[in-house]
Write a protein that binds this ligand. Structure first.
Ligand SMILES: *Cc1c(COP(=O)(O)O)cnc(C)c1O
Length: 407
């Protein structure tokens, strides 16, 4: 993208902005008065609070969402010669984590409404290209073992988890949920079989699920992430892997496996605790901002509003509109940027990222639904305290921009 020279006030309305109150400042300051800046009580408190909030048995705090995804892949022994089914329409980290262990992402196309991985496409891939011997799913062409499905709850909209869980059960696959954009989102399943999952939060469906707390997410720790599971063995393994591969006896400096430093420090954990205590308030504020945008935009012909399926509770991560075909999105984007309204195309599909194209030979046309969505999406400024008059201003600029970007 071309660098934009800004008029006077650079980015009057940024894309995202954290919501920090005295509570956060107090919690972080308290840590600074203790000798424990890492490996202290706060990250354990944050983990316990997080597990309780979600309704899962174990939560392991890590240094980023990406680190969490990497540990999830590693802990499941997904490695070279293994494949993981995932979506091309995501932030690059969800697929990179697979590459870190030299395994291969298998992309399948997305649902044009939700922008999440299309479960029908997963089935199509399996039925067309794989054999299942009752235990192991093999890709006939590459001879690789397909080990897992990694669905991403894109923009905070839950994936069709009942269908995905059915597929995983039939073909003995593990599920790693990338819930980095979806804390607090709920999936109300349609199928009778999963009625017990009704209203359960995302991050409670997969064998493992990963959250992220980068400053643009719904809650932040600065940098940070969380891996959750109900499997004690996996939780212990991930705790060891995040801390240099240490054994259980913390008195001995004994490293029983290759590990990493993916720990979350105490300052970040304290910040996370304060944010988590405010989560209901924050998610409500975000919903209010989204609804205000909806009410101001719904009459504009050239704009498609974010889709929310009737069986989900969305957790608003970003506010992403789609412009209709007769609009040149990039001209619109430049106009908004020049007027201090930060905006971004979310996302460039992963398979079209330069290094993926080079590594795997992906080309335009391979995943047409993801590609066509990505050409039309535009994320607008979106944060808890965005006021109605600010949204009105942004929408006015958007209308002006639309007039200038008709093709
Ligand atoms: C933010 C995000 C991540 C990674 O989180 P970091 O904390 O920035 O490493 C992974 N996947 C998705 C879909 C994300 O949006």
């Amino acid at each position: 993208m071309r660098r934009i020279k800004l008029k006077d006030n650079p980015m009057k309305f940024p894309l995202a902005r954290p919501d920090i109150t005295d509570k956060e400042i107090q919690y972080v300051t308290e840590v600074l008065r203790t000798p424990y800046l890492s490996l202290g009580p706060k990250h354990r408190e944050f983990e316990a609070a997080f597990a309780r909030y979600l309704g899962r048995l174990y939560a392991v705090a890590v240094s980023s969402g990406t680190a969490g995804l990497h540990l999830a892949i590693r802990a499941l022994s997904i490695k070279e010669e293994d494949e993981v089914i995932t979506t091309p329409f995501s932030f690059v980290a969800s697929s990179n984590a697979i590459l870190f262990e030299r395994a291969k992402p298998i992309f399948v196309d997305i649902d044009p409404r939700t922008l999440n991985v299309d479960s029908q496409e997963i089935v199509k891939f399996i039925e067309s290209f794989c054999v299942f011997d009752g235990k192991v799913l093999k890709n006939k062409k590459t001879k690789a073992t397909v080990k897992a499905i990694l669905p991403v709850h894109v923009f905070g909209h839950p994936c069709e988890m009942d269908r995905i869980m059915d597929i995983a059960e039939i073909y003995n696959l593990t599920i790693i949920e990338d819930a980095c954009e979806a804390i607090g989102a709920e999936y109300k399943t349609a199928s009778a079989k999963y009625q017990m999952l009704k209203g359960r939060k995302v991050g409670t469906f997969g064998n493992l699920a990963v959250f992220a707390f980068y400053p643009n997410k719904q809650i932040t720790t600065g940098e940070g992430g969380m891996v959750v599971t109900d499997d004690e063995e996996l939780a212990e393994l991930i705790k060891s892997l995040r801390n240099q591969g240490r054994g259980n006896n913390s008195l001995l400096l004994e490293h029983i496996r290759l590990g990493y430093n993916y720990r979350m420090d105490e300052l970040s954990a304290a910040l996370g605790l304060a944010q988590l205590e405010r989560i209901e308030e924050m998610l409500k504020k975000r919903e209010r901002v989204a609804h205000t945008y909806n009410s101001l935009l719904h009459e504009i012909d050239e704009v498609e509003l974010p889709y929310v399926a009737s069986n989900v509770k969305m957790s608003w991560f970003v506010y992403v509109i789609r412009v209709k075909d007769k609009i040149n999105r990039d001209i619109l984007m430049r106009f908004l940027l020049e007027n201090g309204v930060e905006c971004r195309p979310y996302f460039t599909p992963i398979h079209l990222q330069p290094f993926y194209k080079e590594m795997f030979g992906f080309k335009e046309g391979h995943f047409p639904i993801a590609e066509s969505a990505s050409k039309r999406t535009l994320a607008l400024p979106f944060y808890n305290n965005l006021k109605k008059e600010d949204i009105t201003f942004i929408v006015e600029k958007l209308k002006e921009g639309l007039l200038k970007s008709k093709v």
